[in-house]
Design a protein around this ligand. Structure first.
Ligand SMILES: Cc1ncc(C[n+]2csc(CCOP(=O)(O)OP(=O)(O)O)c2C)c(N)n1
Length: 376
């Protein structure tokens, strides 16, 4: 239940913030989360960072072909995840949302299986790495073309409204997505239809090498919500609880029939755009270092420590447990073995067409000719 004090003002000039750099609570209302919930949120932050670092390592080792680091985005994503009703609300994420997927419970074995293309991958090796999806968790499979998932997210939210079950949709994207036509079509239609959807822009100020100043002449991104008839909120995306409380109140409003909202979360990506990028050619290392000083994980840990109930021993125990969890997940995902190439022919249609069967036979014949052992 959201109280009046937990409703936020849209279109503020300063980002909404509930925890300062020292970990002190700034809210006009008391934090109403219990220790177990706060510690679960912190574990998700730490786990997401550890997964991220392991993915970079696996890419360097040649075990995965591509990774897009979420380091610096964790508070925005974990805060959003905890405001969702997992399995009921729909989630339309983008490729940088590893922490979001982890925090809503995407199994780590599946995550690493998806990244490595092993049999542990629920998508059976058919997506490029960093493209999760889950029927059970209602995660719409990530699509590479920027902003192409937004109209589908709006459509889903309109369907939720028509169904009348009180569900909502969250759709995330980067600042670069706001330059795409799909972005405007989706927000326009959501506003016109009063769709129960919260659009979340993880604004890290870069679309690969393109600075936000080249994307828009407007004063920020949240302000664009005005034109689509919905409120826009500017939030400190390195502050987990600011992200959580803003998302909680907006999702509740959406479920109550109050329509869509746009949230701009200011974040920073510490690493390059992806494993295929060299950010040193377009960013000053001093800028990266300055944002690292505002690390969302350190800030939240300070909050927990100041509140009581978190200390060095708890921290050590958590870090060791997280390392073990990641080790085991990587091991299990790898042990599942690579996806057989022949799976390519499965699930294309409910009954294979004669053309598909002929292609499968030609493929098998080519493998036999190459001396491979092909089962009948
Ligand atoms: C329609 C389209 N155009 C270009 C690309 C190439 N591309 C991949 S990621 C990216 C940058 C997107 O930046 P942003 O939306 O800000 O998200 P970020 O990666 O910064 O989190 C671009 C241009 C693409 N995938 N799709």
């Amino acid at each position: 239940m959201i109280t009046d004090a937990q409703r936020f003002q849209p279109f503020s000039e300063e980002p909404i913030r509930l925890i300062d750099q020292s970990g002190a609570w700034l809210g006009a209302f008391p934090c109403d989360l219990d220790d177990a919930t706060l510690h679960a949120m912190y574990r998700h932050l730490v786990l997401a960072r550890a997964v991220d670092e392991r993915l970079v390592l696996l890419q360097r080792l040649g075990k995965i072909s591509f990774t897009a680091s979420a380091a610096g985005h964790e508070a925005a994503q974990v805060g959003t995840a905890h405001a969702l009703r997992v399995g009921r609300d729909w989630i339309f994420p983008y490729y940088r949302d590893t922490a979001l997927a982890i925090a809503v419970g995407w199994p780590l074995v599946e995550l690493f299986g998806q990244m490595m293309g092993t049999r542990a991958d629920a998508a059976r090796g058919r997506q490029m790495p960093a493209h999760p999806g889950s029927r059970d968790l209602r995660i719409f499979t990530v699509a590479s073309p920027i902003a192409s998932h937004l109209p589908a997210a709006t459509g889903t939210a309109i369907a939720q409204k028509l169904a009348g079950a009180g569900d909502a949709t969250v759709c995330t994207f980067g600042d670069g997505a706001t330059s795409e036509g799909d972005w405007h079509a989706a927000l326009n239609f959501a506003g016109a239809q009063g769709a129960p959807i919260v659009f979340v822009c993880e604004n890290n100020r870069y679309a690969i090498s393109v600075d936000l100043r080249h994307q828009t002449g407007s004063d920020g991104l949240a302000v664009k919500a005005h034109a689509y008839g919905m409120p826009g909120y500017l939030v400190d995306g390195m502050d987990l609880l600011a992200c959580y409380y803003v998302m909680r109140s907006l999702l509740e409003a959406a479920r109550d029939g109050l329509g869509p909202a746009l949230v701009e979360m200011t974040v920073y990506r510490y690493g390059p755009h992806s494993s295929a990028d060299d950010d040193s050619v377009y960013r000053d290392p001093a800028e990266v270092a300055a944002w690292r000083e505002r690390d969302p994980i350190v800030r939240f840990r300070r909050f927990l420590t100041a509140r009581g109930g978190w200390d060095e021993a708890a921290e050590r125990e958590l870090r060791a447990a997280v390392t073990r969890t990641v080790d085991e997940a990587v091991e299990a995902a790898e042990a599942a073995g690579p996806v057989p190439v022949e799976w390519l022919f499965d699930d294309v249609s409910s009954r294979p067409t004669p053309q598909l069967e002929r292609q499968r036979e030609r493929f098998r014949a080519a493998r036999r000719a190459a001396g491979e052992d092909v089962a009948d």
